[in-house]
Design a protein. Sequence first.
Length: 126
Amino acid sequence: MGVQTGGVGLFLGGPTGSFPGRGSWISGGIHLRCGTLHRYGINVNVVARGRIVPESRDDVGDNSFWRQWGYDFYTPDVLKRAMRFWPIGRLGRPEDIADAVLFLSSECASFLTGQTISVSGGLSMW
């Protein structure tokens, strides 16, 4: 019986642009791992998430920023005004991150490794 190798390593970064330098540190560290894990058939990629706004407080954990303070500060009016800054014209949804992770975990992404995928609705272009 042989040893099975192969797989996918995914890492989720914080909000794009939230802490300058932190994203580079995460991506750089992960990219260093690519060379090490590649010999085992493991592709390693990073999903750098943009600002993701849950639909309601019921959709987040008890200690979540959104449950504790987020909806008090980011009122519907503030969120509506913020959307004009996103090139794609809307704020991120949890499903957007899930879709990126699903893609990177699929056979469709079998030739991708060492990449940082920004799921930010184009905000990271600024």
